[in-house]
Design a protein around this ligand. Structure first.
Ligand code: SF4
Ligand code: SF4
Ligand code: FES
Length: 526
């Protein structure tokens, strides 16, 4: 540990920090543009100047290592005056179009300007004008006039992606961010530069002007787009998700997320199944969830009691708790060996940074919970070939779409298809009873990432319309089939599930926290 003095108070912080990081650890935020924890210091913006006793002149705190006994004045008179001068310089040619800027509410320039005295401009000459709305590719908009030339965006491409796609072109007043001539951004991670741009120079085409950020509620959760399980904030208002942003977790995704995950939020807003339905084809009718659960239980019991074959399929998109209840229903209520959490969705694109080829968030969780064929049971590929099951209980995903013609045929040929799904997709259309489940953004639950990390997804808002958390529907279905299941709250189900799984022994729900826990011994491949 290193002892130092900050603005007159003795402080102790971990070794190896810069002065800026040490001050931040102590709760003092030194203004900065170019420093970012995921990019390191660059020393170009000069906004982080501080006074250090014994040093000649002011020092940039972002790239000065803290030394034992250092006496730092972050709020000293000279340091504050220097920052005010830097800000005045940055604002010389700034358009001051804050009222129409989409960054308002999370703009560092605006925050620092107010915090450092909000001085009037002394600029007496016409400002240098630059292009204000340039679509530079990958859904990113550039406003060159608002840029403070901190080089975070260029360093993201050079330091993190190792693929330079942006540069600072020209000099002096005319310096500006630019792509290479004739080229646009095409990185699958380009959206991250919108997050790290400290001002309104880089904004997202998908998000800009859709919502003011202070009206959004940020829920710390995880992305379910692939087996990596990146930590994110879901920013939502009135039951609608407006954007996903990365949430820092050094053990999972650092400071970044991929664009595939970032722009996956429309899927949770659109094409929702918001009411239960009984019957298929022209005879289908809407029903209450309670009536539909009773109808589903009656159909499944009829097939079970007449010796028919029942398949229980949980998508690896479902949480561990949901898979656990699906397993209990398959084993204790339907007494079928044909149970699986396998997917037939083909793998997608993966890379060395974050993206995983497996586009499901919980394949290791399915294995952990033990949803697998029993003696004489068939796995998913086998179930899609003749002789096909007489009845299906489907949880999550969209088997009819993901499994192509064999899946669509198997479902339409079955006597009964009970589907608990959040979307009005092909599976809901082939169901004899369609139950409106919640999207992952509307429910709590745990997921196990490809690297064996148990993480919690959190509900950002209640399920839409008559949709319910899947645990609630499963518990009701279990009860209608004569089996009392734990829950329906995710925490209660987790406790019951944990009792039978050695890898979860001793893990408390609250201890999973916002960063997740590594499971002892890891897990098998997703
Ligand atoms: S566009 Fe944003 S991140 Fe890039 S240099 Fe300008 S202010 Fe910095
Ligand atoms: S890498 Fe996977 S988990 Fe991470 S943001 Fe992309 S899709 Fe989501
Ligand atoms: S943050 Fe230190 S010089 Fe920019």
């Amino acid at each position: 540990m290193t002892e130092f003095t900050l603005d007159g108070s003795k402080r102790t912080v971990p070794d190896g920090l810069s002065v800026l990081e040490a001050a931040r650890t102590c709760g003092t935020e030194i203004p900065h543009f170019c420093y970012h924890p995921g990019l390191g210091p660059d020393g170009n913006c000069r906004l982080c100047l501080v006074e250090i006793e014994g040093a000649r002149g002011l020092q940039t705190s972002c790239n000065t290592k803290l030394a034992p006994g250092m006496v730092v004045r972050a709020m000293g008179k000279d340091a504050v005056a220097a920052r005010q001068a830097v800000l005045e310089f940055v604002l010389l040619n700034h358009p001051i179009d804050c009222p129409i800027c989409d960054q308002a509410g999370e703009c560092k320039l605006q925050d620092y300007y107010v915090a450092l005295g909000a001085a009037d401009s002394r600029m007496a000459f016409p400002k240098v004008r630059k292009r204000k709305r340039e679509a530079i590719g990958a859904g990113v908009m550039l406003d060159k006039e608002r840029c403070v030339l901190c080089a975070r965006c260029t360093r993201f491409f050079s330091n993190v992606m190792k693929d330079e796609q942006l540069v600072i072109a020209n000099r002096g007043n005319h310096a500006e961010i630019a792509t290479f001539p004739g080229r646009k951004l095409d990185s699958p991670y380009a959206g991250n530069i919108v997050d790290i741009c400290p001002v309104g120079a880089l904004t997202s085409e998908a998000f800009r002007f859709r919502a003011r950020v202070w009206l959004l509620q940020a829920t710390p959760t995880i992305c379910t787009g692939c087996a990596t399980g990146c930590n994110i904030y879901a920013d939502a208002k009135d039951g609608v998700v407006y954007r996903f942003r990365p949430r820092t977790n050094p053990d999972v995704n650092g400071w970044w997320i991929c664009d595939e995950g970032r722009y996956s939020y429309p899927a949770v807003n659109e094409n929702r199944l918001v009411a239960a339905r009984i019957g298929r084809g022209p005879g289908a009718r809407e029903a209450s969830v309670e009536e539909a659960v009773a109808a589903a239980a009656a159909e499944l019991a009829a097939v079970r009691d007449t010796g028919g074959t029942i398949a229980v399929v949980a998508s690896p998109d479902a949480s561990c708790e949901e898979v656990f209840l699906a397993r209990r229903i398959a084993e204790d209520a339907l007494r079928t060996p044909h149970r699986t959490g396998r997917s037939v969705k083909p793998p997608g694109v993966g890379d060395a940074l974050l993206r995983h080829r497996v586009k499901h968030p919980n394949t290791p969780g399915v294995a952990l919970v033990g949803l697998a064929p029993g003696a004489g049971g068939r796995d998913l590929p086998g179930l899609l070939s003749p002789p096909r099951p007489d009845a299906w209980l489907l949880l999550g995903g969209d088997l009819a779409a993901e499994g192509g013609a064999p899946a669509a045929e198997a479902l339409s040929a079955a006597r009964s298809v009970v589907a608990i799904v959040p979307h009005a997709g092909a599976t809901a259309a082939s169901a004899t009873v369609a139950l409106p489940g919640a999207t992952w953004i509307e429910k709590d639950g745990t997921f196990v990432s490809a690297k064996g990390r148990l993480q919690r997804a959190r509900a950002a808002f209640p399920p839409r319309g008559d949709a319910r958390a899947d645990l609630e529907i499963l518990a009701a279905l279990g009860a209608a089939l004569g089996v009392r299941l734990p829950g329906p709250r995710a925490e209660e189900t987790f406790r019951a599930m944990r009792a039978g799984i050695p890898a979860l022994a001793g893990i408390e729900w609250d201890a999973i926290g916002e960063g997740g826990v590594a499971l002892p011994g890891g897990v098998g491949p997703p």
